[in-house]
Design a protein around this ligand. Structure first.
Ligand SMILES: [Fe+2]
Length: 312
């Protein structure tokens, strides 16, 4: 993992000295492994680091979305119990530990809330002790409650005010987790001008390794500044894929050679033909392999691998 070098290479446009320092400290914390503590306490920066298995040629990540954990572990919807689902998924992940985990938002059931995040933290705890977990925010999350539960500045690069942005390098690829949460429990999302400016500047400054963006909202109009995002990333060949959730549908599509990967929900589906589960990704220099692990819903494609080749 080489995240420390990456962030130091990127100009932190428009940031104060204090913000720069905060960003650097936050990155140092994450590089040592994201740690969380009880609500309201500062994030601990204790090791461990990345698992020694992180291969420079191929890195393996668990990709989840829409966990929808509530304060009540028995909360259920459409016959699904998100708390139990995440228990099952984390057990699967722990059984064959990846280099890291990304969850693309809607961590909480409806409106964020600390007790929901405390449950999420407990469920992820055993994995978090062994590999990094990067948590994106969705429209059913509350940024303030999230930071109150996980610790101020948890796993945050501090590069964009009032947004939760994470950048890391893993083996041959770079992962950037963006924040499309606009207002709690509003359906639509937005990156906003400051985050877009940061992204554009960062992409001009970093090396050309394949870069994958993660955010919550679907790219079909639910992300209000989708057009401006594509104006930034289309001309940048190093952007190979955008991974998101929100729709609770598992799907692959492509725009201008950029792969769009819609993750299934871990909490519950919204249509009978959709799986509930997670995706195991093997990310390489020239492409990726994405394997569905369906634990509920429509399971016909459980274990099936989608192979993608990156654009040049
Ligand atoms: Fe959702």
């Amino acid at each position: 993992m080489e995240g420390r070098r990456f962030i130091s290479d990127i100009p932190q446009a428009g940031l104060s000295r204090r913000q720069l320092l905060r960003g650097g400290l936050a990155l140092a914390a994450w590089t040592l492994g994201p740690r969380w503590t009880r609500a309201g306490e500062p994030a601990d920066v204790a090791p461990p680091e990345m698992p020694p298995s992180c291969d420079p040629e191929c890195t393996r990540w668990a990709l989840l979305s829409d966990t929808h954990i509530a304060g009540d572990p028995d909360n259920h919807y459409r016959g699904f119990y998100p708390y139990r689902n995440l228990q099952e998924v984390t057990a699967q992940i722990a059984a064959d530990l990846p280099d890291g985990v990304v969850i693309t938002g809607d961590l909480a059931r409806l409106r964020g809330q600390i007790d929901a995040y405390e449950n999420l933290k407990a469920l992820l705890g055993p994995i978090a002790e062994q590999c990094p977990i990067h948590l994106g925010l969705g429209n059913h999350d509350d940024r303030n409650d999230f930071f109150r539960a996980f610790g101020p500045g948890y796993d945050d690069d501090g590069v964009v005010a009032n947004k939760h942005v994470v950048t890391t390098e893993a083996g041959p690829v770079r992962l950037i987790v963006l924040d499309s949460l606009l207002n709690v429990n509003w359906m639509t999302g937005k990156l906003g001008p400051q985050q877009r400016t940061w992204l554009e500047t960062a992409l001009q400054s970093c090396d050309d390794r394949p870069t994958i963006l993660f955010l919550h909202h679907t790219l079909n109009g639910e992300l209000l500044d989708m057009g401006r995002l594509f104006e930034i990333i289309k001309p940048v060949p190093k952007i190979k894929a955008v991974v998101y959730g929100h729709s609770h549908k598992y799907n692959y599509s492509e725009v201008a050679g950029i792969h769009l990967i819609n993750l299934p929900a871990t909490g519950f589906n919204l249509a009978r033909r959709q799986p509930v589960g997670w995706v195991e990704a093997r990310l390489m220099q020239d492409g990726g392999e994405f394997t569905l692990h369906a634990i509920g819903g429509h399971r016909e494609n459980d274990g099936r691998t989608q192979t993608l080749t990156w654009r040049s």
